[in-house]
Design a protein around this ligand. Structure first.
Ligand code: AMP
Length: 596
């Protein structure tokens, strides 16, 4: 396929906000793509060059792109910047400039050629790499038609603005191959087991949907992590997951998947975060200990956290989080050494263990990691019980130890990659207790079961004292039907000055020229600045209430949506993608539970 043809589809995608229309357009692309290009097209559609877990970054910020545009279209960077200020989108600026160059004939590059060129630009590193990136990008841009230019400029900036995520791609693959969405579960299962959309589209192209049945865990390629449901108490928990359950502490650190495999005669280790970012280089002490594992073909799941082996004490999240950094890694590794508490095993010696009951996986895990651990690799402690009283007691102990609560596990359940379910139940302390824990001050009794992960949809300009921070309030949303984001609350108070500054910096970076089309919001609460859906914040609230102003849960005969009473920011959740935000369905369940 020519890239100019692909960009016709991209433009169609840009111009619709109907999920069905997007699915149809994507399906046509997949039908038309050849087996040599379908994987690359899949990544490009998501604004990437490789699956996200490979950690390849374009490293092209707006400043570099501005210079590339100046060079490509023979203008000054100041002129481009001026244009950008009024258009709000460098892609649109580029589009306009390319249109003005009517007498120049564009080269009609194939998708493969353009992909390779972009890969080459992204791979430029080291001394003088910025200049080389600018030069190569300018060369590429100056040879493209106006429509293609628009998308090639947006891609490295992470601003494709097409308004769909992997979920729509999975639907489209089903439509392309089956004519309807009925193959989605099969495709989704494959994607949950190996989170590489390109590999999946290519497999289907080569041998049809049947090929997906053969997809298994593969060390080196992350598995989408299993997630936990919430329940209000121990009795309900036993009912749902018991009678006999495995009780584990809920550690408050970073979810970490540890992979070891052999490649080119060498043992390779990789670590992946909850949203499948490659964090291998961030935690050298964990990678070093993983080298001591007896096997070189394994996938483990666990939580990485600061831990003092002498006192048996876990670090608070605020301390552990300092290890999420790209620089001074060694120095901080000495200051705040981390351990991974492994609680599951997904693959061992060429065999996927996903379908084994947890009881059996745990038995295998106990053979792989002894009770005393292997360096920084520790075995998560587990107690088997059928007694609600014992669960309550453990919850109390866990909170006293400064932890979040418990995760209670169904011993008979397979590993449910990529899904939230009652195979894992998180029992947290009441929010009041959590608040006490986190800030040292109580705010009264309430019944919310958990914190809520919201997407920042935009910011309101601050007044008075907060005018100095730029943003003085935030619009929060959660995920709902059709892959869209629905408003659930404004966040005004409950942020420290420091958090306001941080919020402002981040919202500025995500600024969108208009309301992103995946948002559903009333005009009355439109923020001064719209932000692209990218930033997740963890919110503590007193209660879920109903409000006519918010769109979360408001549809059909429901004239009121859900809204949060007294929301306050717990922390920025950089480890979560917007797709991981709390859903309208979950809020509905929490709303019902609090009424009991
Ligand atoms: P959630 O992310 O809200 O579904 O809550 C589950 C999270 O708790 C996981 O993603 C882990 O990061 C964390 N966690 C801490 N300890 C455990 C444990 N023992 N088992 C499972 N998850 C745990």
């Amino acid at each position: 396929m020519k890239f100019s043809d692909l960009s016709v589809y991209l433009e169609k995608l840009e111009n619709t906000s109907s999920r069905n229309a997007m699915t149809e357009i994507l399906a046509s692309i997949f039908q038309r793509a050849s087996r040599e290009e379908i994987d690359k097209i899949s990544y490009l559609l998501l604004g990437e060059l490789l699956p996200a877990y490979k950690g390849l970054e374009f490293n092209i910020a707006e400043k570099i792109m501005t210079q590339a545009l100046a060079l490509a279209f023979d203008q000054s960077p100041a002129y481009i910047t001026k244009k950008y200020k009024s258009a709000g989108d460098l892609g649109n600026v580029a589009h306009e400039l390319a249109q003005q160059q009517k007498n120049k004939k564009a080269k009609n590059f194939s998708v493969n050629y353009l992909y390779d060129a972009l890969l080459e630009i992204a791979a430029e590193s080291g001394e003088g790499s910025q200049e080389r990136k600018i030069k190569k990008m300018a060369e590429l841009l100056s040879n493209l038609d106006a429509r293609s230019v628009k998308f090639v400029v947006r891609m490295p900036l992470g601003k494709m603005r097409l308004g769909f995520s992997e979920a729509t791609i999975l639907d489209a693959l089903s439509v392309a191959n089956k004519g309807d969405k009925s193959a989605r579960p099969l495709i989704e299962r494959a994607y949950n087991v190996t989170a590489d959309i390109g590999a999946i589209t290519k497999k289907i192209k080569m041998g049809g949907l049947a090929m997906l049945k053969k997809i298994e865990t593969n060390p080196g390629v992350p598995v989408r992590p299993s997630l936990a449901e919430r329940l209000p108490g121990a009795v309900e928990t036993i009912k749902k997951a018991g009678p006999l359950v495995g009780v584990e502490k809920k550690l408050d650190g970073f979810r970490t998947q540890l992979h070891a495999w052999k490649e080119g005669g060498q043992k390779r280790i990789a670590l992946f975060s909850r949203n499948l970012e490659n964090t291998t280089l961030m935690f050298p002490e964990i990678t070093a200990s993983a080298r001591k594992l007896k096997t070189d073909n394994i996938i483990l799941d666990g939580e990485t956290i600061g831990y003092n082996a002498k006192t048996g004490k876990f670090a608070a999240f605020q301390e552990t989080v300092q290890r999420k950094r790209k620089y001074e890694i060694e120095e901080f590794a000495k200051k705040i050494p981390l351990h991974i508490f492994v609680f599951d095993i997904l693959h061992l010696n060429g065999r996927s263990l996903l379908n084994l009951p947890f009881r059996k996986r745990r038995a295998i895990l106990e053979k792989v990691i002894p009770v005393q651990g292997i360096g920084a690799l520790m075995l998560a402690r587990q107690t088997e019980t059928a007694s609600p009283a014992l669960i309550e007691k453990e919850l109390g102990k866990s909170v006293e130890a400064g932890l979040e609560g418990l995760v209670v596990k169904n011993l008979e359940a397979p590993y449910q990659a990529g899904s939230r379910g009652f195979h894992w139940i998180k029992l947290k302390a009441t929010t009041a207790a959590l608040e006490k824990l986190r800030s040292g001050q109580a705010r009264g009794k309430n019944q919310l079961l958990d914190t809520i992960d919201c997407v920042i949809m935009g910011g309101y300009r601050g007044r008075g004292k907060r005018a100095g921070f730029g943003v003085g309030g935030l619009l929060l949303g959660i995920r709902g039907p059709e892959d869209k984001y629905y408003t659930v609350s404004r966040l005004g108070t409950g942020l420290s000055d420091e958090q306001f500054r941080e919020a402002n910096k981040r919202v500025e970076k995500l600024k969108a020229p208009e309301m992103p089309k995946s948002y559903v919001a009333d005009k009355e609460i439109a923020p001064d600045i719209w932000a692209r859906p990218a930033l997740v914040v963890e919110i503590l609230a007193d209660e879920i209430t109903l409000s006519p102003r918010h769109t979360a849960g408001r549809h059909g005969s429901n004239t009121r949506g859900y809204s949060l009473r007294f929301p306050r920011l717990v922390r920025f959740r950089d480890d979560k993608n917007p797709e991981d935000a709390t859903t309208v369905e979950e809020i509905k369940k929490m709303y019902k539970a609090q009424k009991k």
